[in-house]
Write a protein that binds this ligand. Structure first.
Ligand code: AMP
Ligand code: GLY
Length: 419
């Protein structure tokens, strides 16, 4: 099969690697890809949000299946567009993608179907915000309704903070929407639970915990994710049943009733409060860096799984997992998530070979005059598998030492809960 993979992060590098390893794969194009994917696929530099030019490339490369990594093209309707042109694509339709594209949409589904989630109010103006104050305690969480590239959520300790942030959103800080969701702050442990879904079936696709804050001890601003590990020990069988029965099933049912069933990866972001799962967010894609710790544990052929999903026969296949644990630490450009410098050379990578239990997945990297340089905030995902998280992390530290990238930094406490 010829595959087109959309995206350019660490998530896409590991997806590309697994597709490359599949018995079914022939040619892979990555749009746009990164320096890592360029070694195993053909990178094509194109704005994937320009669906018409994307279609041309897909046709001229005789692509059999399109795999979409990031959320933005999904929320903008790439699946509906490609399906209309008879191209097979793995991912949710535009309506279903609103689970991530609109927090108000997601919360409304929760309310209608009694799905456990933080108490909330969808606000269109300051009056709505002030009315909610009377009913809740602080801190409060302010969430921009639309896509905000990971910058839309603020935890506020005072009324003044809530009002400041709210007014910015109402004035259009995030172009995707001027609404916001105000919600109660839940105290618990976060976990991410993944599913792969077709029109009729869903299957478990791993669990993980990531570290969103930039600093050690969970301090500092939120990032896309500084590191992750899988599996997440908190997700046991009892909890899993609750997640499926109370959260996943009613959501899938709601979309089916609208005639827009969910397909693709579903990322269920949870807060576990006294062993009870609360839905914090849905993402309509794999997590990044969660994907980098889930896929190295996958034993089955990824393309066979994607094929089964787009042909609605996930019930006919077995998805097998290796009995290993996996961790990734993100090597970031100094200054991330605020101001960063790009085009900084990364010299030592060529000397470090992947092994059966350690991998470097590229994220913000590119080649500049044949030299590997950084091109974003999150640059490399140093990843390893093993039996004990403590030893896995040691293995990762050793590799980071070899990389010895003076323009970068990383968190040394990834996985503190399990170590
Ligand atoms: P979201 O984009 O909705 O996942 O929010 C980003 C991060 O903010 C989450 O991963 C949590 O760490 C935190 N967060 C979001 N909503 C809540 C909440 N209601 N209570 C506590 N923390 C939250
Ligand atoms: N690591 C969080 C996310 O992918 O949304």
């Amino acid at each position: 099969m010829n595959i087109a993979l959309i995206g350019s992060g660490g998530r896409e590098h590991v997806l590309c690697q697994k597709i490359y390893e599949s018995k079914l794969s022939k040619n892979i194009i990555c749009i746009p890809g990164n320096a890592g994917t360029s070694k195993i696929a053909q990178n094509i530099n194109l704005d994937y949000l320009n669906f018409n030019s994307l279609l041309k490339i897909i046709k001229s490369n005789k692509i059999d299946l399109v795999v979409v990594g990031p959320e933005e093209p999904l929320v903008k309707g790439i699946v509906d567009f490609l399906n209309k042109h008879k191209i097979k694509v793995f991912g949710p339709n535009k309506y279903a993608a609103k689970l991530e594209g609109s927090k108000a949409f997601m919360k409304s589904i929760c309310k209608r179907h009694k799905i456990p989630t933080a108490q909330f109010k969808i606000c269109k103006n300051t009056n709505d915000v002030v009315n909610f104050f009377k009913k809740t305690n602080f801190p409060l969480v302010v969430k921009a309704d639309g896509l905000a590239a990971g910058k839309g959520v603020t935890i506020c300790k005072t009324k003044k903070e809530v009002l400041n942030i709210s007014n910015e959103i109402f004035r259009g800080k995030f172009k995707s929407s001027k609404k916001l969701v105000l919600e109660e702050f839940l105290i618990g442990e976060e976990a991410s639970y993944f599913l792969i879904i077709d029109n009729k079936n869903y299957k478990f696709f791993g669990s993980a915990q990531d570290h969103k804050r930039v600093g050690e001890n969970e301090k500092g601003p939120n990032t896309g994710g500084m590191g992750a590990y899988s599996p997440a020990p908190i997700v046991n069988n009892v909890l899993e049943k609750k997640i499926i029965d109370r959260i996943v099933k009613p959501t899938l049912q709601a979309l089916k009733k609208k005639g827009k069933p969910y397909t693709g990866f579903l990322y269920v972001g949870l807060m576990i409060v006294n062993n009870e799962p609360f839905l914090i967010e849905y993402n309509v894609r794999m997590g990044d860096p969660e994907c980098q710790v889930i896929l190295p544990r996958l034993k089955s052929d990824l393309l066979k799984i994607f094929n089964a999903a787009v042909e609605n026969r996930l019930n006919k296949i077995k998805i097998k997992w290796k009995k290993v644990k996996c961790m990734t630490i993100v090597l970031c450009s100094k200054g991330y998530p605020l101001k960063i410098k790009i085009n900084k050379p990364i010299r030592n990578i060529s000397k470090i070979k992947d092994t059966k239990t350690s991998f470097i997945f590229h994220a913000g990297t590119k080649f500049l005059n044949n030299n590997l340089v950084s091109s974003g905030g999150r640059v490399l995902n140093i990843t390893a598998t093993g039996k004990i998280f403590k030893n896995i992390r040691k293995k990762i530290f050793k590799i980071i030492k070899k990389v010895n990238w003076k323009h970068g930094f990383f968190r040394k406490d990834i996985g503190w809960r399990v170590i």
